[in-house]
Design a protein around this ligand. Sequence first.
Ligand SMILES: Nc1ncnc2c1ncn2[C@@H]1O[C@H](COP(=O)(O)OP(=O)(O)O)[C@@H](O)[C@H]1O
Ligand SMILES: [Mg+2]
Length: 338
Amino acid sequence: MKITVMLGGASAERDVSLASGARVVAALRANGHAVTPLDPAMGVLSETAFTDLVHDAMKREPPTLAELRRFEKSPLSPILTTLPAVREADVVFLALHGGQGEDGTLQAMLDAAQVRYTGSGHLASALAMDKDLSKTLFRSAGVTTADWLMAPATAEQVSDALSWPVIVKPSKQGSTVGLHKVNGPEELTAAVADAFLYDDEVMIERFIPGRELTVGILGDDALPVGEIIPQHELYDYECKYTAGMAREEFPAKLTSSQRSMVQAQARRAFRALKLAGYARIDFRMMDDGTFYCLEANTLPGMTELSLIPQAAAASGISFPALCERIVQLALQTKGGKS
Ligand SMILES: Nc1ncnc2c1ncn2[C@@H]1O[C@H](COP(=O)(O)OP(=O)(O)O)[C@@H](O)[C@H]1O
Ligand SMILES: [Mg+2]
């Protein structure tokens, strides 16, 4: 098959995407496909450009806002779907994370151009990217999620509705960028101001102490539940992308009823947002065994340290087989996706 892998882009998760994309390109080539790597910020990549770009892509910190602004200015975005590498592909594999590659914008462009692509459609992608709307839909579908308010909110409103500590985060970001644990009213203003640097909507959420769990959904299957044990209190950027900064356990040590409960919640969250193909749903579990759904990730990481590849491996699915299955799921979609 002719497969174009999109990687890079102009979001804060650009480097993560380069690392994901590098592996996806290699896996699909090993599966025998004719693969073209394409960075929406730079265009089709020659083999040398691709190798240079993905070499040592992951840094300890995300790219600076100034660096990202440069990529955002790419004149390519409006004409992306007119490129032969996109129009003539049997399927476009989206190895992008965050920004317009994950929030439904690119998905809508590909739909308009009648190009098949992996993962969720434009509406589902947009819903999952927006944590405020996701949580509203989770609640109405019976998926438990922590109480929250949208900024601006006074310290008094936060005390009344949520109590301290709280988590302040951009509503439409990923990779724990711009996210803060706020222990008391005096820290609120600075945390909200920082989160607003990354998004025009900021959420203030009840802090859920406890364990960090994640469930991958692949087609109709819930993959083995994973537990993440980060070195820091929160699963932050450094813990997510630096080897040795977090330990992952697949399968997580849970009772069988806890396991089926969290997998059922993950499936329900997947349906609530009308997701397609594959996704990863994140949870916190309190000591009393209650689960709180944090969010759904429609284009979850595919790096060496990423969770979906580890979850797949725990159920005997190799990385190339995982990529192949994601492609097959994209080809099976009939009549468009949400
Ligand atoms: N309400 C919360 N209570 C406790 N920890 C949280 C909460 N919200 C986020 N976190 C921590 O921050 C991490 C990232 O938050 P998440 O909502 O998943 O956003 P992102 O899209 O950045 O991954 C989580 O994995 C968790 O460690
Ligand atoms: Mg998350």
